[in-house]
Design a binder for this molecule. Structure first.
Ligand code: NDP
Length: 271
């Protein structure tokens, strides 16, 4: 994994547990890489014959020109979190949205559903693209700044022929009646269990599934409020574990034990 700062990232811990469980004598390294050294670090992946790797902030966009090809999802999202080295050719993939959808499926099949996504940053883009690919009926992107939100809604319409629109987020947002899934894809709540996502909580009907990308704390204030109202909830740990599991599968060809990876993550984060 290349990132900066990257110390404290849990992925190595999960991956190495999964390698052992799969009987693979493999290693996963977490490496502090500066933006200036990113091209050299990627060249090192080729030079040293790494099977692949993860890319995290701030390199998810900057890594694109150093790769040989991109998956359709990575190209639409415009960011890469996973590299696969196929005999010296580096493929850029984005597994964040796929991990989200995989975690969601335990509670809700997104096909034909009406979705509201709060946020339009990297996580929101990855989730929106994969939800559209999974056949959602309608996606509303709600964001504080118009430009990013409009761009995302436009991308979904023009590239994926999805039914999607943008709504500016001003004050407390009322979730429209009939919405099946609400996703908080903003960073509100990260490392802050009292942070409030500006919503009219009375509009969270018990039929609404509420998901949060924030994984620390896992039980965010939003998820807590949603479960009090009877809504099924999906936490950010599921997305984190599943995006890592998909990378593991791409590198090794083996489906890892996802529940073991989740246990490792909970142990690492002491949740
Ligand atoms: P970005 O910086 O790309 O995007 C942040 C988004 O949050 C933007 O839409 C921004 O709005 C919005 N936002 C931030 N603060 C506020 C606020 N106070 N009010 C309203 N909107 C706000 O970040 P990422 O998309 O990369 O990450 C978002 C979150 O997702 C982080 O918490 C990250 O940890 C988490 N994440 C979780 C993963 C997982 O596996 N569980 C994987 C990847 C990310 P604006 O455009 O107006 O600035």
């Amino acid at each position: 994994m290349f990132g900066q700062p990257v110390a404290g990232n849990p992925t190595q811990y999960l991956m190495e547990k999964a390698f052992v469980a799969a009987g693979l004598d493999w290693r996963y390294l977490t490496l502090e890489v500066t933006p200036e050294q990113l091209p050299a670090a990627v060249a090192g992946v080729r030079a040293m014959g790494f099977r692949g790797g993860n890319i995290t902030m701030p390199h998810k966009l900057a890594v694109l020109p150093h790769l040989d090809e991109l998956s359709r999802a990575a190209s639409l999202i415009g960011a890469v979190n996973c590299i696969v080295n196929n005999d010296g050719r580096l493929l850029g993939e984005n597994t964040d949205g796929k991990g989200f959808v995989q975690a969601l499926r335990a509670s809700l099949d997104p096909a034909g559903k009406k979705v509201v996504i709060l946020g339009a940053g990297g996580a929101a883009r990855a989730i929106a693209v994969e939800l559209a690919m999974a056949g959602t009926a309608e996606i509303t992107v709600v964001n504080r700044s118009a430009e990013r939100g409009e761009q995302l809604a436009q991308l979904l319409v023009s590239e994926l022929s999805a039914t999607a629109s943008f709504q500016l987020w001003e004050g407390d947002y009322s979730v429209p009646q009939g919405t099946d899934l609400l996703v908080n894809a903003t960073s509100i709540g990260l490392f802050n269990s009292s942070a409030r996502v500006p919503l009219v909580l009375d509009t969270l009907a018990a039929s609404l599934t509420v998901a949060d990308v924030v994984f620390n704390p896992a039980n965010t204030r939003l998820l807590h409020e949603a479960s009090k109202r009877g809504c099924p909830t999906v936490d950010g740990l599921g997305m984190l574990v599943n995006q890592a599991a998909i990378c593991f599968q791409l590198w090794t060809g083996i489906s890892p034990d996802v529940s073991l990876m989740r246990e490792a993550l909970e142990e690492f984060l002491s949740v």
